[in-house]
Design a binder for this molecule. Structure first.
Ligand SMILES: [Zn+2]
Length: 508
């Protein structure tokens, strides 16, 4: 390690913590894919920064749906995070982001031969560009395309898209270890280069290699390079001196300060000088917690712990990070704490489901707050309008939130169906299913009956909003109540269930 004299200040040349060669790549201290904005050029050489790409990809893929719902922008990109999934109904590819859900291609809804030759088609396109592309493609195929009507805008109502992401596993925990290792090297540069971290680094390098070779999930008959990489990983694990270098942690630390940011990530790295324990913790979205055992530091180190909160929603520094240093080891992780299958235990006793449930509730609240801001902005001209125009503006604003209203409709009808089944009236259940049935051949994705339910719900909400506005009560709080909480659900429920209850009454 050489010393460089610059402007009279002596600073140590920065070397790669893996190989000792000069460090210089501009690596992200926290992966950009998870909302990290800061770069650092003093931890890895280019080769060893790139060596972790498989791990970063693995963890980014595991939590991409959360990033997409939150609207996290990956660094150097103006596009917010999107997730590709298949529409459960049509099986066609769709793109989901915090802003919208759309099909990636135009869909032909219906085609009917017409007299005198030709085919009348109804086509739904995700946007104007896709519509133009579709027209161009048809013309390339030799068709003449003539439009018979102005395009209409319909919002496609999505059925439930299920995200099945295996979270954690060899690569997920490897990525956790890598993130903590990078922060540790940043905060404890001399310890990281003292050799004390070499067992841990051998582990992260080995798991990174497995990830790059595509070995995050084990399959039968793996190729020889992968088999060898796994053997190296097993040996490296044994060499860390921990039963597991990184593991899930479901023991919420008592007395820990809340994260500085909503959905903030937190990294804690520390050295306990009393026995040299080097440790780390990682919390993603303030929901998923991990503990990391990095080994033992050389004797004579002072006790120090650094807590870094990261805002995945921040657009750029400096408001993206809050860092606190303490001279205690209050978040210390003991090697003995990390053994065993913490995740399996948490799944068995329901802790893991609770963690997910809490996160989804927070995401729902966050989405509702975002929706309310949009509606408040679109309803801002209300006081300047005449009654008729007011009604039109409210209707338009509700149309823009059709997906949310549809969610309320299906929630209420689904709940009513459960009640009927519980009350022994399961023969009526198919009628309720019909009321919320999808239809792939319609532009909205809804059957005629379902479309009618959605219209009833929107009209009832619009009525209420008009009355609330007249009473001077249509504020942010009220819009949130109407769009995503009990009062709105009650109004939607009455609107869609009332005609049904009357029908039942007539038939009994
Ligand atoms: Zn290197």
């Amino acid at each position: 390690m050489g010393a460089v004299v610059r402007e009279g200040v002596i600073e140590m040349a920065k070397t790669c913590i893996v190989c000792g060669n000069p460090a210089g790549s501009k690596e992200h201290v926290f992966p950009a894919a998870l909302g990290g904005r800061r770069t650092n050029s003093g931890i890895y050489c280019t080769t060893h920064d790139n060596s972790h790409s498989g791990l970063v990809g693995a963890i980014a893929g595991q939590i991409d749906f959360i990033n997409a719902y939150l609207g996290v922008r990956p660094d150097h990109s103006d596009a917010i995070k999107t997730v590709h999934a298949n529409d459960p109904l049509t099986g066609e590819p769709i793109t989901i982001s915090a802003e919208e859900i759309k099909f990636q291609q135009s869909r032909v809804l219906s085609q009917t031969p017409v007299e005198g030759g030709g085919i009348a088609m109804q086509v739904a396109s995700p946007d104007r560009r896709a519509a133009k592309e579709w027209t161009a493609e048809m013309e390339r195929q030799g068709y003449t395309v003539a439009f018979q009507s102005q395009p209409t805008e319909d919002r496609y109502m999505l059925g439930a898209v299920h995200h099945r992401r295996a979270f954690g596993g060899t690569c997920g925990l490897g990525a956790v270890a890598y993130i903590v290792q990078t922060f540790f090297a940043q905060e404890f540069p001399d310890v990281a280069r003292s050799g004390a971290l070499s067992g841990f680094i051998a582990y992260t390098q080995a798991v990174a290699k497995v990830a790059i070779l595509g070995g995050c999930t084990r399959i039968d008959g793996e190729r020889p390079e992968l088999v060898e990489a796994r053997a190296i990983l097993a040996a490296a694990l044994a060499g860390t001196g921990c039963s597991a270098p990184a593991n899930w942690d479901f023991t919420r630390m008592a007395g820990a300060a809340p994260n500085a940011f909503e959905f903030g990530h937190r990294v804690i790295v520390g050295v306990d000088g009393s026995d040299g324990t080097m440790y780390g913790r990682l919390s993603l979205f303030s929901a998923f917690d991990f503990a990391v055992c990095l080994g033992t530091a050389p004797p004579g180190k002072e006790t120090r712990e650094v807590t870094i909160d990261i805002d995945p929603l921040a657009e750029h520094p400096p408001q993206d990070i809050r860092k606190v240093t303490a001279h205690t080891a209050s978040s210390r992780v003991d090697a003995s704490q990390l053994g065993g299958d913490a995740l399996a235990k948490a799944i068995a006793d329901g802790t893991q489901q609770q963690v997910l449930h809490t996160l989804l509730e927070r995401l729902t609240d966050y989405q509702l707050a975002r929706l309310v801001r949009t509606m408040v902005a679109s309803l801002a001209p209300l006081p300047t309008l005449q009654a008729l125009d007011r009604r039109a503006l409210i209707a338009q604003s509700l149309d823009e939130q059709s997906q949310q209203v549809w969610r309320a409709v299906t929630y209420m009808i689904g709940g009513f169906k459960q009640q009927l089944i519980a009350g022994g009236a399961e023969r009526v259940a198919p009628v309720l299913d019909m009321l919320v049935a999808h239809d792939v051949r319609s532009a909205s994705g809804l059957s005629r009956e379902a479309q009618a339910m959605l219209s009833l719900a929107k009209a009832a909400l619009a009525d209420q909003m008009e009355r609330d506005f007249a009473a001077g009560a249509l504020d942010e709080q009220r819009i949130a109540d109407l769009m995503g909480r009990g009062p709105g659900l009650h109004i939607v429920g009455s609107a869609v269930l009332e005609p049904l209850l009357q029908a039942f009454d007539r038939n009994t």
